[in-house]
Design a protein. Structure first.
Length: 281
DNA sequence: GTTGAGCGTT
């Protein structure tokens, strides 16, 4: 069964692809097969691996023959610890060659379907349960103060996700064609080619408002780890236990707290204020 | 020898 992924996709007609994330870099298709095969007929398993290093990229695709089996595998194997890591199983979202997937199912030929594009949810990726890893990406402000040496250090790992999400500023690129903000300018002949970047209308002044529950030492610790490899963290930066098992999935979304902010209706529209000038002759 | 965000090959 080790021929999975060796010789292309056997038959991807009416198959249900599952994306298996967070597998170890050593996990192979042979390791995943017995697990997934217990829950259904596994047609193919493919683990994308890097062209350069040959290492697996940490995720795999498992194709089932039937949807119910795939669904059951998702429910059963999602969160299962495989080889020391907790894997995440979910339906694959994109097809191998931009093939259309209808809820995990790969319909045969894209040309057959007349529908050009149903809601593929192009931009918005699946809002996966916010794991601890997400916080790292978020907190990573777009500071380009990373020294070049650090970039090379992290390049061997970052090349994956860079190739995927190229543009880092989708919002700004949208208004490239024609400025939407023309409206605000009444008749100012100042063309939009002004080098001065317009101030963003609303920019969060303070990203993190939550004060740390721990007592923060008043010493100024640089938030970014700018170089300084010799920086010995002897303060006892507790190494995060790797088996933190972030399986905690916040099923209950945080309460939106719909406070009854009574909008001031004090000024009733019915009673306009008339300002009458009484001129005493 | 390591790492860990993310959607695919003959």
């Amino acid at each position: 069964m080790s021929h999975f992924g060796r010789s292309g996709p056997p038959d991807i007609a009416d198959t249900y692809s599952l994306l298996v994330l967070n597998i170890t870099f050593r996990t192979t298709a042979d390791d995943l097969f017995p697990l997934f095969d217990k829950y259904g007929k596994v047609v193919d398993i493919f683990i994308p691996r890097d062209r350069r290093t040959g290492e697996s990229r940490g995720f795999a695709f498992v194709r089932y023959k039937y949807a119910d089996e795939a669904q059951k595998a998702v429910e059963r194997l999602d969160g299962r610890v495989v080889d020391g890591r907790e894997i995440t199983v979910q339906f694959a979202k994109y097809g191998p060659k931009a093939e259309r997937i209808h809820k995990g199912r790969i319909v045969e030929a894209p040309s057959k379907s007349r529908h050009r594009s149903r809601s593929r949810s192009p931009r918005k990726r699946y809002r996966d349960d916010s794991r601890d890893r997400d916080s790292r990406k978020k907190s990573r402000s777009r500071s380009r103060e990373r020294s070049d040496r650090d970039r090379y250090r992290a390049k061997d790992r970052d090349y994956r996700r860079r190739s995927r999400s190229r543009s880092a500023s989708p919002d700004y690129s949208r208004g490239r064609g024609r400025g939407r903000y023309d409206d605000e300018r009444p008749s100012s002949s100042r063309s939009r080619d002004s080098l001065s970047p317009r101030p963003s209308p609303r920019r969060s002044l303070e990203p993190r408002r939550s004060y740390s529950p721990r007592k923060t030492s008043p010493r100024k610790n640089s938030p970014v780890k700018s170089g300084s490899p010799d920086r010995r963290s002897r303060d006892g930066v507790s190494p995060i236990p790797r088996s933190a098992s972030p399986r905690g999935r916040p099923a209950a979304s945080r309460s939106p707290s719909p406070r009854n902010s009574d909008v001031g209706v004090s000024c009733s529209p019915h009673v306009p204020i008339y300002r009458v000038h009484i001129r005493i002759s």
